[in-house]
Design a protein around this ligand. Structure first.
Ligand SMILES: [Zn+2]
Length: 85
């Protein structure tokens, strides 16, 4: 389960970047109590995150690699926090 405890102005890894992009787009959010990432079920926000990944990929990565990393993150995040249930 992915957790995000701190936010950095610049992402050091493509994985951190791939979490930050959908967070900024509003496609995912953190549980305010537990910090688990949850999908918000907003298709427009997901699309926006993919567009950002294509247009401004992680430095050193191709658009294809950036989209793949984003896809990995989004497909690993559920729509509920496991500790809230
Ligand atoms: Zn929770």
């Amino acid at each position: 389960m992915l957790m995000l405890r701190e936010r950095r102005p610049a992402y050091r890894t493509i994985k951190g970047w791939a979490i930050g992009i959908p967070l900024e787009a509003g496609a995912i959010k953190e549980c305010p109590e537990h910090g688990y990432l949850q999908c918000r079920g907003d298709p427009d926000a997901r699309l926006q995150a993919y567009e950002t990944a294509c247009e401004a990929p992680f430095p050193g990565a191709t658009a294809r690699e950036a989209v793949a990393a984003l896809h990995d993150v989004l497909s690993s995040i559920g729509d509920t926090c496991p500790d809230c249930r």
